[in-house]
Ligand binder design. Sequence first.
Ligand code: ADP
Ligand code: MG
Length: 392
Amino acid sequence: MSAPTVFPLLPGATLGVLGGGQLGRMFVHAAQAMGYFTAVLDPDAHSPAGQVSHHHIRASYDDAAGLAELARLSDAITTEFENVPAAALATLAALRPVAPAASAVAIAQDRAQEKAHFVRCGVPCAPYAVIETAAQRAAVSADLLPGILKTARMGYDGKGQVRVNTTAELAAGWASVGAVPCVLEKMLPLALECSVIVARGRDGSMVNLPVQRNLHHGGILAMTEVYKSNMPPALMQQAVAAAKSIANGLDYVGVLCVEFFVLQDGSLVVNEIAPRPHNSGHYSQNACDISQFELQVRTLAGLALVQPRQHSAAVMLNLLGDLWFGHGQGNAAQTPPWDAVLALPGAHLHLYGKQDAKRGRKMGHLNITAATPEAARATALQAAKQLGLPAF
Ligand code: ADP
Ligand code: MG
């Protein structure tokens, strides 16, 4: 259809993104800051990324005309969420460079394939069984109980998961998710959770952000803290090495987040991967000299990958829709006290432009930066109190 793409794509080129959520919005912001044009495909007229992009194609992810228009406008295309239909990525890849590749996204979309990849890379994950048939369910080893049953596809923020203690609960739990393909994972004794963001270029070069320590509430990320003393150094090195070998094994191009568990015996276990920037990497917008979204721009455009440097200790607080409902039960909409929060030193507010606050919906995040971990934590605790978030 046109001449082959020549990398690097320099500012002035147009970068496309499949999906218009908050991750796409922050990618668009980073790309535009560097002088790129942007094109977003998302069905929602008010999508967070569509609102701020030069071009917004309002079409569903399987709309052939919409995909063709995205390819026509863009010099290269990325995705901002992993549940895009694999066929959409394949359609686009026939027309324009797409990163990450459909094959890597397909692995991240399916917990069974994802775990098989961890095993191939020699990175330990939780003991598990794939359950696709009633016979496989009945044959599950009692060693995997108590466990967590997770749908193989489409799960996020703890959705599509059932905790099961007995074989009877497993049978009921599998029925409750519609008997779709699942993995059953052994419930592990967690000491902490962490994640690593790596960026890998077309030439195989790799850089990483520092190891992030994460706190979840109800299966949703609540807080991330990043500074040298947040984990033992040997574990950090192990996590970075494991994340890089997982990215290498996928021949990955783009930004990849690898989530880990640290068990009570001090061992490191990989949990899951996300083929895109991740909520736990948002602190990098204000605490690092290169953010995860700039890394995404650089990998897509084929620019040099320069190792990011964290210049400030950081705490990130997620701002869920619950904050708009106050402390009572009612539906009364209230605006969180942004003025008080923004009076705190090192507070950086990021809101995604979503119109309706819903409980559990990610509306924004607050990055707190400071010269020391102690100061970052103290300020983050003050912000949490002002917002009505639990202390950590
Ligand atoms: P999601 O795709 O929703 O993020 P995860 O597989 O990361 O799903 O699970 C969400 C959270 O549930 C994890 O961050 C962790 O707190 C808890 N969890 C998941 N799997 C296990 C496990 N095998 N053992 C203990 N806790 C787990
Ligand atoms: Mg997770």
